[in-house]
Design a protein around this ligand. Structure first.
Ligand code: PEP
Ligand code: MN
Length: 273
């Protein structure tokens, strides 16, 4: 069915897509950990967090320079200066780096600075942006829209692939439901459902789904158990002073302490971490 998802479909490509970036394989047997602050706040903040995470075994450092905020008065990110800090920090800590691109006008600048681009939930159906990252030549994490069905999400991945970029990583980050104990409801069903439909790697962001840090270890373990190829987790070394999303940030040391448990789950389902 060429008018529905085609390039993303497992029918078109039965073998799993493995994305190779800087010596790391996303979508292979090993479950990949990506973690870092919600927003890049300063060189020192990034450096402190990256040091702890890289020593602990996290391979990819997240951090946003452009922040999509509900209020125009909230911190909007450091912009191009934040990208520079991310890139400079990379030399020191030898981690791969990822960041969100919010605007079609920033795609080439962002692609010059980071290893992996991220399209956030709010932009999952920003078709101009999807087309542009389709031409950027770097892997793209495509987050699920807050109210998007799995089919709509795959169609958005199809946009990126149809414009030339086959390195798409789907990221489940929770959907909006009537439940208000958590910020969003993490749709763990989407992972095994996607595994039946697509060859693309699927990762899980428990942080933006939960909106609170206490249940993140449970959600992270569950995500691996249902087949996630990786996790994207927010950490901050001073959550009380974080410029955004402090309530859902784990301390770097708490994430590192969680890794042995995550590994046990991965090994139980025949994978590694
Ligand atoms: C983020 O990961 O920084 C983010 C804003 O998440 P989401 O797009 O899933 O809301
Ligand atoms: Mn955040």
């Amino acid at each position: 069915m060429i008018d529905r998802y085609h390039l993303t479909s497992i029918a078109t490509r039965p073998e799993k897509t493995v994305i190779r970036v800087g010596g790391i394989e996303i979508g292979a047997e090993r479950v990949i950990l990506m973690a870092g602050p919600c927003a890049i706040e300063s060189a020192e903040q990034l450096s402190r967090i990256a040091k702890e995470l890289s020593r602990g075994g996290v391979s990819i450092l997240r951090g946003s320079a452009y922040k999509p905020r509900t209020s125009p008065y909230s911190f909007q990110g450091l912009g191009a200066e934040g990208l520079k800090l991310h890139r400079e920090g990379q030399k020191e800590h030898k981690m791969l780096i990822e960041t969100e691109v919010l605007d079609v006008r920033d795609v080439s600048l962002v692609a010059e600075h980071v290893d992996i681009l991220r399209i956030g939930a709010r932009n999952m159906q920003n078709f101009s942006l999807l087309k542009e990252v389709g031409k950027c030549g770097k892997p793209v994490i495509l987050k699920r829209g807050i109210c998007a069905t799995i089919e709509e999400w795959l169609m958005s991945a199809e946009y990126i692939m149809a414009h030339g970029n086959h390195e798409v990583i789907l990221c489940e980050r929770g959907i909006r439901t009537f439940e208000n104990a958590t910020r969003c409801t993490l749709d763990l069903s989407s992972i095994p459902v996607l595994k039946q439909l697509t060859h693309l790697p699927v990762i899980v962001d428990p942080s933006h789904a939960a909106g609170r840090k206490d249940i993140i270890p449970s959600l992270a373990k569950a995500a691996i158990a249902v087949g996630a190829d990786g996790l994207l987790i927010e950490v901050h070394d001073e959550p009380a002073n974080a410029k955004c999303d402090g309530k859902q940030a784990l301390l770097p040391k708490d994430l590192v302490a969680l890794i042995p448990d995550l590994r046990k789950v991965a090994v139980a389902i025949g994978r590694s971490l």
